[in-house]
Design a protein around this ligand. Sequence first.
Ligand SMILES: [Fe+2]
Length: 345
Amino acid sequence: MAMKEGADTGGKIANPRGLPLATNFVVDPADNVTGYKSFQAGSFSFRRDEYFAYINTPTGFHTMPVDAFLRALMRDVAWGFFYGTVNFDQVFGTTNYYGEVDMFVGATNEAYVSAGRDFVERFKSDELMAIFKQMVSDWTNEGYDPFAAPMETGVPWGVKNGDNDEAVSRERVTARRMVGLKGDTPVRTDQNGYPVNRMFDDVKQDAPEVYAEPGFEHEVSAFNLFAYLSRSDVTWNPSVCSVVKDSLFCPTSEEYILPVEHGNDRCEWFITLSDEIIWNIKDGATGRPKAVVRQRAGDCACMPADIRHQGFSAKRAMLLVWENGSPKVPDLIREGKAPNVAVKF
Ligand SMILES: [Fe+2]
């Protein structure tokens, strides 16, 4: 679920709705009462107050609790709009076309679509991202970390009170080959700022011993993935930890709720490495419920390319997300040249 650095489509950008690019962006000054700035991107406007985020479009007005909005916005920013669709809730979200992005209300909600209340505009990804980054920075108060589990952070409520740019500008992990290799993303230790999380006190912290043949010392490496994940300081943030061509291992630690309903644009393998995660699976286009998947340690599932999913984890769990990062996959699926499922029984 996390993307390689610089992933792109090789020049061709799909635009299934044939939308023109919206180019107007405005950052409005801080409100006299709440202290928060408001933002405009195309025909969308965004405002927050003590409790809520408000999204206004030509077809309607949408309200979200600001904690849920900020947690989702944080993922959309950190993941660079991610693969496919990021539904902040059942109404608002973004769909990534890798270089350009559709922003919508109601477009993945069949009731909104059938009532003609859906609205979609298209943006250059870097231009919309600039607005989103300013929004998550301005709307996040001191002491609140939208990446953290709710029991491990402060609260997002109230009028403007400082900021937490250190938290909201975290660099996501994107190993070029593998965590722990020379010159690549380092393993996590107490010394580099990653103590073992309170829920993973029982995870062994030993490291594999590597005895390379002479001459291969720089080509052989190993690390303890469980120990690595036990030291993650964020939740629901899959990070690229190993790369073999387009095969990406993106492990992550999960606690509370995946802050978005992720609408896949490719198949996605989930291997639960510890504890338990419950997944609500819905149709990607309409939001109709399709399945509930309860995955315990050792269970493996493959999410089809045409669904959306949201996970729930009462006890911090480790999840390995395995992605095919090829930029060709979404078009192959749209054109019917690749299947929506990875295996047929
Ligand atoms: Fe996903």
